[in-house]
Every structure is written in structure tokens, then in C-alpha cells.
Design a protein around this ligand. Structure first.
Ligand code: NM2
Ligand code: OGA
Ligand code: ZN
Length: 376
């Protein structure tokens, strides 16, 4: 009645945990051993490679001992204990069926009707209240966006935002860039033109995964910002026409930037990027940087364009967007693989000046996850 059974070959076993039955393979269990000869107790890194594990590894015995499962392997003659909780958390025998375009439970897609509590905080509160800062950073992970207001109106203040979680990603635009009207701009961002909702730098591989835009001057008329959840837009496209979704996910577009001498950036990537099991990984959408699309077969090109047009219409639909006006000292952070940002045209007597920079999501997620670990 221990609820543990070894399959006669020893290649896998079953265990009942909380009224569910899970199978685990010998090779998987052996690879995931936590003993000090398999993993360093100091840093958790693996000390052995798969080559060190016999391909004919078998389970010889398996016994439940209180909250542990004790497993003996051949031919190594090694006994390893696994927490039953750990096995339940890491089981791979009962997986949900996933639709292409699925998103993990940790993220929440949104549109104009979504209440944005927690998305906007006072800059100084974020610097002094660790719990609030954690919640705000969590918003970036969950919604792909967060905003801070009333920060210092001084050059370089955007770096204080980056140092809340990670590091700047330097590019040909510099460690940071000044978004203001320029004479002979190398990029249309440096004009007063409106910018359709876009993700930045789709011509880069990998793309910068976070962007910070920090306002220092905003007396010009216009220049409001809008943001759109690209994941929600992709899911809406799929709901409307799954073939169109598949076309944008299944073929590469081309993106290019060669606006300054010595720079020629090119990337061949889909507009909707999925993982092999269909998870939404990234949206690349930037009309100004789209290059000639050649990787869609002739028979599918017209439908591809129809799909691309429809995605653009969804992105431009006001029902999808949150809009706001940045005042000096205000800033926002976007997940540049997911949330598109836009700005209205600006003109007039006054000035508009934002400082921007890129950073990456891996350090944001690492910061969040180490908070969780220290809290638990
Ligand atoms: N700037 C502001 O991705 C883009 O080309 C958008 C980026 C020049 C760094 C503008
Ligand atoms: C950009 C951009 C928005 C703005 O620089 O990439 O989108 O509000 N700017 O000027
Ligand atoms: Zn931009």
C-alpha cells in the first residue's frame, strides 16, 4: 500500500501523490539526483555530465520513507532520496494540452478595460519601500509594463530605474539615448512625428528585452504615449482567424536598420514568435524597420499580408491601448518582447525630451525570483 511500483524492466516507476499517479523514468531520476557527488552543495551546479550516467540505468528499489522517496539504481549501486513534494512539483506525466499562443500563469494579458492598479507608483516610494519596489517589478513581469511618477528631473535618472533590477544593455544608440527632435536624425524617433505602436529594435538579435523611457521635458503640444499588449493582440488575431495567426508565427519576416554609417543591423525573425510547444515568446512589430519579406511562399504571400494588416489593425484599435502623458520626472518600463509603445506627434513652442535605454528581462526575473527565495 505504499503507492510505489517499479515497472518490471526497471526503466520507470509509478508513485501516488495526493491521489494522483505519476510515472518517473530511471534516467530522469538519476539525472536529477541532489547528492553532493552529482551537484555541488555550494552552488547547486551539476558536477557530472550525462556521459557519466550509464544509459542502461535502472531502478532496483523504490521506497517511501516519510516525506521522501528512496531510490536505488543499477548498475551504479547508488541510493538517492527525493522529496515527495519535489517530485510532485516537477512531475512531467500530467501536462495540460496547450493551444498555440498560450501564455504561462505568471503573466496576465490586458487591454484598455484592464484596471491598472499597482502599475504606477511614485518614484521616491520605489526607492525607499522594498516591498513596493518588489510589487512594481512584478508588474513588469506580469503585465509587461509599469510606470513611475515624480522622479528627479535630472539627466541619467533613468539609470536609477535600471539599477532597481539589473543592468543597461548598450547598443549603437549608446548606453542611453536622448529622444528629442534632431537635425538630420538617424532614426525617426528623433523627430516630432507620431510613432505607431511598435517594439524597439526588431532588427537586433537578440532584441533588447526591456526598455526604459524617462521624461525630462514635456512642454510641447502632443507627444502622449500609448501602450498595447502585443500578446493580447496576437491572441485576438488567433481567436479571429487562427490561420492568420499561424501564418505570422510560421514564417520569418525581415527587419533592418542602417540609418547611421558603420551600422547595418538585420534580423530574420517571425512577427509572432512561439516556442516549440506554442508558448508566445515575443512579438516583433515595427513598421519603420520592416524589410522586404521573402520567406513566405508565393501561394501564401497574399494571406500573409492580410494577416499582417489585421494584426496592425488590432494593435491600432483604441480598445487595446492604455494612454498617458509623461511629465518631467515620469518614466515607464516596457517588456520589449511583448508590449508595444507609441507616441502621438508633437509640435509647437515647447520642448520634449525623453532619455531612453535598454536592459534585459533575465536580470529582472532573477531579481524577482531571488526576492521570492529569500522571503520563503
Ligand atoms: N531609438 C530611440 O527601434 C527603433 O528603431 C526605435 C530607437 C533610436 C533608440 C527607436
Ligand atoms: C522610442 C520611442 C517614444 C516617445 O524612442 O523608441 O518609441 O515617446 N519613443 O518618444
Ligand atoms: Zn520606441
Amino acid at each position: 500500500m505504499s503507492g510505489v511500483n517499479i515497472e518490471p524492466s526497471g526503466r520507470f516507476m509509478t508513485i501516488d501523490i495526493n491521489n494522483r499517479r505519476y510515472r518517473f523514468h530511471a534516467i530522469w531520476l538519476r539525472d536529477n539526483a541532489l547528492d553532493p557527488l552529482t551537484r555541488s552543495p555550494d552552488n547547486g551546479q551539476k558536477l557530472i555530465s550525462l556521459r557519466d550516467i550509464c544509459p542502461d540505468t535502472r531502478i532496483v528499489s523504490a521506497d517511501r520513507v516519510s516525506t521522501k522517496l528512496r531510490v536505488r539504481f543499477s548498475p551504479e549501486e547508488k541510493t538517492i532520496e527525493y522529496g515527495i513534494d519535489w517530485l510532485e512539483q516537477h512531475q512531467y506525466d500530467s501536462q495540460p494540452s496547450l493551444q498555440p499562443g498560450w501564455t504561462p500563469a505568471e503573466i496576465q494579458t490586458w487591454d484598455a478595460d484592464t484596471v491598472d492598479t499597482g502599475l504606477t507608483e511614485q518614484f521616491n516610494d520605489l526607492q525607499t519601500d522594498a516591498q513596493l519596489k518588489y510589487q512594481w517589478l512584478q508588474c513588469i513581469a506580469r503585465y509587461g509594463f509599469a510606470r513611475a511618477t515624480s522622479g528627479p528631473i535630472e539627466e541619467g535618472a533613468l539609470f536609477k530605474v535600471v539599477s532597481m533590477f539589473g543592468y543597461v544593455r548598450e547598443t549603437n544608440y549608446g548606453r542611453h539615448f536622448d529622444v528629442k527632435t534632431q537635425i538630420n536624425p538617424n532614426n525617426l524617433a528623433y523627430t516630432g512625428l507620431g510613432l505607431q505602436a511598435h517594439t524597439d529594435n526588431p532588427y537586433r538579435d537578440p532584441v533588447p528585452t526591456l526598455q526604459i523611457l524617462y521624461c525630462l521635458e514635456s512642454s510641447a503640444v502632443g507627444g502622449e504615449n500609448m501602450i498595447v499588449d502585443g500578446f493580447r493582440a496576437a491572441q485576438r488575431l488567433r481567436a479571429e482567424n487562427s490561420e492568420w495567426f499561424d501564418l505570422l508565427a510560421g514564417h520569418c519576416a525581415h527587419f533592418e536598420f542602417a540609418g547611421e554609417s558603420g551600422v547595418s543591423l538585420k534580423a530574420r525573425k517571425p512577427i509572432i514568435e512561439l516556442s516549440p510547444d506554442g508558448e508566445l515568446v515575443a512579438i516583433r512589430f515595427n513598421n519603420r524597420s520592416t524589410a522586404t519579406i521573402t520567406d513566405v511562399p508565393f501561394e501564401k504571400m497574399e494571406a500573409y499580408y492580410a494577416a499582417y494588416r489585421r494584426l496592425a489593425e488590432i494593435i491600432d484599435d483604441p480598445a487595446m491601448e492604455i494612454s498617458f502623458r509623461l511629465q518631467p520626472g515620469d518614466c515607464f518600463v516596457v517588456d520589449n518582447t511583448r508590449v508595444l509603445h507609441a507616441r502621438k506627434a508633437y509640435t509647437g513652442q515647447g520642448t520634449r525630451w525623453l532619455q531612453g535605454c535598454y536592459a534585459d528581462k533575465d536580470s529582472l526575473l532573477s531579481t524577482l525570483s531571488s526576492y521570492q527565495m529569500s522571503a520563503s
